[in-house]
Design a protein around this ligand. Structure first.
Ligand SMILES: CC1=C(CCC(=O)O)c2cc3nc(cc4[nH]c(cc5[nH]c(cc1n2)c(C)c5CCC(=O)O)c(CCC(=O)O)c4C)C(CCC(=O)O)=C3C
Ligand SMILES: [Fe+2]
Length: 347
């Protein structure tokens, strides 16, 4: 099967103070996130002049992928579209259609399964194709890559580098962090034979692989950026509470690995570099945060490898036995009953 473009599909973020609220409204429409939470999160963005780094990080990553495609002699123009902010994927897809694209691969900027990390990108694909109407390009999403050797190696090296910034590197506890999701959403995502929990299991698996690469036997997996109403349970513990718990156990320092993300976007630089770092400082603990892999040259290699693997119908290069799901046509779910949205709560 041949393809005539690659669509880079991401979350999106504001690029100025006036864009913050409209962006947050796009993210949370119909999701029952309390107004107070929105006000609070908008302050995180305003702290950085209303600019999330995510769009520029995506543009930089795309430039690196274009170079890599070129170096490997793969002729595939790359387009950039987002779920929640400009460039919106609907507009990008319309431009692709106008440029004569008939069939494109889609790289979603999330390595994982689950509703928010996988299925919601399928919904974006469906929505953009519906908006495009007659002549919408066919869109084939690339697979989940949480256990790809290049993804794991980039995180492992980033942890090594972060650790070196600490006074006593060997005393630091390794803590993996990913975006929390509602417990019900996690339980609902994953086909029958997995019994749901695809997202949290893949996070645990990626963490295990990175720790193994580092030769670290004991580590933790915790969550960040909880949203939603307080009475709804989300995956726990939260990273800030966890730092308290480690301190109470006499742990002198932490090295955080944001294994759930591919770029140092706002939730990483606020919730980890700001909130978590501040708590560690208050407690007199050493703190270091590993970089995400998006700017590592191996990430561009990984993306091009996923493209080539798909086009050649080659076996997936992966370090775990977990299914390499996520690869579907025109926004279809990756398995029956996989990653369907949990029942929505009224706002
Ligand atoms: C699993 C997951 C990922 C990882 C997978 C992936 O990377 O796709 C992720 C990534 C991101 N989440 C981001 C930002 C936000 N997420 C929110 C809200 C939510 N995230 C959720 C889950 C996830 N989110 C969920 C279940 C909600 C509740 C509302 C809902 O059910 O949808 C909100 C609303 C305000 C609030 O925090 O309450 C914001 C602003 C940004 C961009 C940061 C920037 O601007 O640089 C990125 C990359
Ligand atoms: Fe899925």
């Amino acid at each position: 099967m041949s393809y005539d473009a690659l669509l880079w599909l991401s979350f999106g973020g504001p690029e100025g103070p006036d864009e913050v609220m409209p962006f947050l409204e796009n993210v949370t429409r119909g999701r029952g996130v309390p107004r107070e939470r929105l006000e609070e999160v908008s302050q995180h963005y305003q702290h950085f002049g209303g600019v999330s780094p995510i769009n520029q990080l995506n543009r930089d990553a795309i430039a690196a992928v274009e170079k890599q495609l070129d170096a490997e002699g793969v002729r595939l123009p790359v387009y950039f579209g987002n779920r929640n902010w400009r460039p919106m994927v609907e507009d990008t897809l319309a431009r692709m259609a106008a440029d004569g694209v008939r069939r494109a691969l889609v790289f979603p900027t999330s390595a994982y399964g689950g509703y928010s990390a996988c299925r919601q990108y399928d919904e974006d694909i469906e929505r953009a194709r519906a908006a495009c109407g007659e002549g919408a390009p066919d869109l084939v999403k690339l697979r989940q890559f949480f256990d790809h050797p290049l993804f794991v190696a980039a995180f492992a090296d980033a942890v090594r580098t972060a650790r070196q910034s600490l006074a006593d590197p060997d005393a630091a506890r390794l803590v993996f962090v990913a975006h929390s999701v509602p417990v019900s959403a996690d339980a609902a995502a994953g086909p029958g034979e997995e019994g749901g929990h695809r997202y949290s299991r893949q996070i645990a698996e990626a963490s295990r692989l990175v720790a193994a690469e580092l030769g670290v036997e004991s580590y933790d997996v915790v969550w960040q950026s909880r949203s939603g109403p307080p009475q709804v349970p989300w995956l726990e513990p939260d990273i800030v509470d966890h730092i308290d718990a480690l301190h109470a156990d006499g742990v002198p320092a932490v090295v955080l690995c944001p294994v759930g993300f591919v770029s140092d976007h706002l939730e990483v630089i606020w919730d980890l570099d700001n909130e978590a770092a501040e708590r560690a400082a208050e407690l007199g603990m050493g703190f270091a945060r590993a970089a995400t892999p998006g700017t590592d040259p191996r990430f561009a290699e990984l993306v091009v490898e996923l493209v080539r693997e798909h086009v050649a119908d080659a076996p997936a290069r992966k370090l775990s036995d977990f299914p390499a799901a996520g690869c579907t046509l025109n926004g279809a779910p990756c398995a029956p009953l996989c990653c369907e949205p949990p029942a929505r709560r009224p706002a």
